[in-house]
Each structure stands twice: as C-alpha cells, then as structure tokens.
Write a new protein. Structure first.
Length: 331
C-alpha cells in the first residue's frame, strides 16, 4: 500500500510515477500502466484544485495471477454540489490532463464517488490489466493498513478466511508501533493461516501462546454468517469492531488484556445481523466516535469507499491505523 500526500502540483508527478510502477509490478502492460497513471493524475489534480489538498492511497487488490490496482482520493474540501454534471465525460473545471471525473469513470473498471457539501469528497477507482478480472466473490472488502508517520513498519495487520455463509476476520494491533509491533502482528497472521479452520476461541488460545516471545497484541475476531443472520466475536484489547445495519450501529465488547501476556479465558459473544449488515473493524489509530447517520448513503457504497471515509475523518494521526470494512457483494 502506498500513500501520497497531495498538497500542491509538485506532488502530482511522484504519485503518478508511483502508481504506474505499482501497476507494472502486478502485470499491467505499458498502456495499462499509463491508464492507471492517468487516473492517478486526474484524482491528484482534483484533490488540489477542488479539495484544497488531500491524500491518494494506492493498493494492490485481487490475488495472483490476476491482480489489480485500487486508488482512493480523499479530501476534506467543500464537496461537490452537482455530481451529475461533474460525472459527465468531457467536463473539467480545473484544466486537468484528463477530462474530469467522467474520464476516471471511463478508464476504470469500477468507479464510485461519495461527496457531501462541506464534508469533502472520496473517490474510488479500481483498475485491472486488459480485460482480465478475478472471479466474482461473495465478499466486498475494503482495507487500509497505514503505519504511523515516520515509521516504515506497521504494527497493525489483518487477515481473513471465507466460511460457509460468510467470513472469519482477524484484526490485530501489535503493542506500540515500529518493528516490534510489526513482528507481533505478523506472527499472529502466521498462526491464523495455519489454524484458520478452528474456532475463534481455539485460535485465540493458540495466538496467546505464539505471541509470548513478542510484545503482544490486541486481537479481535469476528465471524459473520449472513445466511444464518448471526455474528460471533472474541476480542481482547482495543481493536474495535462494529456491526452497521442502515443507520444502526452495534459496537462489539472486548475483554481487557494483551494477547501473549495477560489474558483471561477467551469469551465468545453472539450478535444478530442482517443480509445488509456491514462489518467494520479498526485499531485505536482511529477514534471510536464515528456514527453512520452523519454520512447519509455511505453504507450503501463499496466497502473500500467506506473504509477511506472513516480513515480520512477519524484517524488520530499519531499511531498505526487499520480499518477493515466487509460486506456481502450483492448489494
């Protein structure tokens, strides 16, 4: 994952080059990498001219052998009053290299935008090499893992396993930040991959033993089963999980402790959910005072766009940040 701060025109070119290189690294040909670079340039230019600056986040999506690029443009500017006009291909108010948001929509295989007057704009673009796309998945996932400013290693991590009727998700916050926290988080993911067929309580016990030589971590498991309209959780520490259905939010309780050092017996909690329930998991790099009713319509958007808006508005800016959003793909 790459994050580019876009505050003036001098920062557009490094972002364009970074996205082009990222696209080439996952199999985009020269024309495809150029297409990704053009989309990045258009998003970055809009961030300056219409958002007063912001951030461009690029990450690899999909899995080998078919991988794509996801771009998120996030700003806290004045927002867009007339989305229909701005999305018309050929419309550009800022003299940017492309032809406005319509060009981003045309050049991307998936495009969404969320904007509220006075609250800023979030733009999502997903691109795939040539005409290849991965097989359809039941899950729609958005995830951002961003280290504390000045750090190269991130102590937050996550992993998941698809299950009948849903998914098992693990969110991890290694104690502190930097290399030691990153090592604890990586060990948790390694153990999860080996034992992911087990129950959450059993995996939690295995994590506790495996993380003893490390700093330890806060760990939250959530298993979603939309078919049976239920969810379950096992959580120790301050990785927050919430179930969002419409404008209603249920935050999941966690037990005190540090996995690998001091924990009580893992406790599994049960929760109702609906087919349209969205799961949000985040570390304490984000504050917990977000409310879905402040963002009309956001929860009907792609999971990646939801994750981007929550990161933009609620990151503390002084710690590693993790935010995961998962929903059923059929919306």
């Amino acid at each position: 994952m790459q994050q580019f701060s876009i505050g003036d025109t001098s920062e557009v070119a490094p972002a364009r080059r970074g996205v082009a290189a990222l696209a080439a690294s996952v199999g985009f040909d020269e024309a495809g990498a150029g297409r990704a670079a053009l989309v990045a340039t258009e998003i970055a230019t809009n961030l300056i001219k219409h958002g007063g600056g912001g951030m461009l986040i690029a990450r690899i999506i999909g899995s080998h052998p078919i991988e794509g690029i996801e771009l998120l443009g996030l700003d806290k500017g004045q927002g867009i009053a007339d989305l229909a006009t701005c999305l018309r291909d050929g419309y550009s108010t800022g003299g940017s290299p492309g032809t406005g948001l319509g060009a981003i929509q045309r050049l991307s295989q998936h495009f969404e935008i969320y904007s509220r007057p006075g609250q800023g704009t979030a733009v999502l673009a997903q691109l795939w090499p040539d005409t290849r796309r991965p097989p359809a998945s039941r899950l729609e996932i958005g995830a951002l893992v961003i280290p504390k400013q000045g750090e190269t290693e991130c102590g937050d991590a996550w992993c998941y396993s698809e299950r009948d009727g849903g998914v098992l998700v693990l969110g991890i916050d290694g104690l502190g930040h930097g290399l030691g926290a990153s090592q604890a988080a990586a060990e948790a993911c390694r153990v999860f991959e080996i034992h992911k067929a087990q129950t959450s309580t059993v995996i939690m016990q295995m994590l506790h033993e495996a993380l003893r030589p490390t700093r330890g971590a806060a760990v939250t498991f959530v298993e979603m089963n939309w078919d049976q309209r239920r969810a379950s959780s096992v959580a120790i520490g301050n990785v927050t999980a919430a179930l969002v259905t419409g404008n209603e939010i249920k935050r999941i309780a966690a037990d005190n402790g540090i996995v690998g050092h001091i924990v009580s017996r893992p406790r599994e909690l049960q929760h109702p959910c609906q087919p349209d329930t969205v799961l949000v998991v985040h570390s304490d790099g984000l504050t917990t005072n977000w409310q879905p009713q402040r963002y009309p319509g956001l929860m009907q958007h792609h999971a990646a766009l939801i994750a981007g808006v929550l990161y933009r508005d609620f990151t503390r800016g002084r710690d590693d940040s993790l935010v995961i959003v998962i929903r059923q793909a059929a919306r």
